[in-house]
Write a protein of this length. Structure first.
Length: 189
């Protein structure tokens, strides 16, 4: 290992202590009869590495198991099973695309104080067989053996060759834009 590699701080993402959700919205003539479910992303991991004292050198790798997404909203058991089945098999096609990968290419921080930053992560999101540049903004705090990143962003399903679910001749469908929110905890290694 080089001196630079040993000097890097290394943090491991902890899904059990984090919150990562996808808000889905119904649209169309019959949207009042549809659900706007919150989907929990439960199975993810990854690493953050950077030189002490600066996040400009930071790198992020995050892997999400597509089979770990589950309805977190209070809906009937029947609706939960139907939503999850359609989401996993038809939308995400988990047998074909078992992972979603995000890899940073550049991090631009703005220091708020000694422990807090506003950052912009430029990176590549690989989802459903499509890899695209995708920026994410986050508020990050570092210290006491941990790192915490919070934020939200919008993702367009069609950018990743995903056709939003549509039923009843299009009178009830899922909006193309999904709202993702995260509060990710990582522990120093």
């Amino acid at each position: 290992m080089s001196a630079t590699e040993t000097a890097l701080l290394h943090y491991r993402l902890d899904a059990s202590r984090s919150r990562f959700t996808v808000q889905v919205f119904a649209e169309g003539l019959l949207s009042v009869f549809g659900h706007n479910p919150v989907i929990a992303v439960r199975g993810f991991g990854g690493d953050v590495k950077f030189m002490p004292g600066t996040l400009e050198s930071a790198s992020l790798l995050m892997l999400v198991r597509t089979d770990s997404l589950a309805v977190a909203s209070d809906v009937s058991r029947k609706d939960r099973q139907e939503i999850e089945s359609k989401m996993l098999r038809e939308v995400l096609e988990i047998a074909r695309y078992p992972e979603i990968v995000y890899m940073s290419t550049r991090v631009t921080p703005r220091r708020i104080n000694e422990r807090r930053y506003q950052i912009r992560i430029n990176g590549q999101l690989s989802l459903h067989g499509v890899a695209r540049e995708f920026p994410i903004n986050a508020n990050v705090s570092v210290g006491d053996g941990g790192l915490r990143a919070r934020g939200q962003f919008t993702l367009r399903q069609s950018d990743y060759n995903i056709k939003p679910v549509s039923v009843a001749a299009g009178t009830l469908k899922v909006k193309n834009e999904l709202k993702l929110s995260f509060d990710i905890i990582a522990s120093e290694q």
